[in-house]
Design a protein around this ligand. Structure first.
Ligand code: HEM
Length: 127
């Protein structure tokens, strides 16, 4: 089917669940990133990132139903995100993407987006 979404092509919900679980396993141990997350439990943040990525790549629109328009830069404004936070975020995401063992073209598509999005989210400079 030429109309298959990237979401379906990479394995659907299970793939994004694995990606985001691996990512937050890294964040949970990260002394720079962990304090940014306001909640004792990373579960709600895990749900939001997973549902956002699923929607972005053509899967179900549950994110928007629950959270409204993503407006991600605005939603990140309360957090100081400089180059160090961006690079730490990308470090854990790189490991998570690698853990999926996707075909190289799919891994590249996913990674290029995540890298661009992380640079876009920076709202502070290191001192
Ligand atoms: C939310 C940090 C990049 C997607 C959050 C939150 C923090 C955070 C602290 C609040 C946790 C929560 O949901 O309660 C960061 C840092 C980044 C980064 C340090 C480094 C660059 C990104 C990128 C994306 C993203 C690149 C998308 C590709 C999201 C989403 C939410 C979120 C979807 C939940 C928004 C909502 O519905 O409220 N992020 N983030 N983040 N982040 Fe990031």
């Amino acid at each position: 089917d030429p109309a298959i979404t990237f979401y379906e092509a990479v394995g659907g919900e299970a793939t994004f669940r694995l990606l985001v679980d691996e990512f937050y396993a890294g964040v949970a141990e990260d002394p720079l990133l962990r304090p940014l997350y306001p909640e004792d439990d990373l579960g709600p943040a895990n749900d939001r990132l997973r549902l956002f990525l699923i929607q972005y790549w053509g899967g179900p629109g549950t994110y928007q139903e629950q959270r409204g328009h993503p407006r991600l830069r605005m939603r990140h404004a309360p957090f100081v995100i400089g180059p160090a936070e961006r690079d730490a975020w990308l470090h854990h995401m790189r490991r998570a993407v690698d853990a999926l063992n996707l075909p190289a073209d799919q891994a590249t598509t996913l990674w290029d987006y995540l890298e661009r999005a992380a640079y876009f989210m920076v709202n502070a400079t290191d001192v």
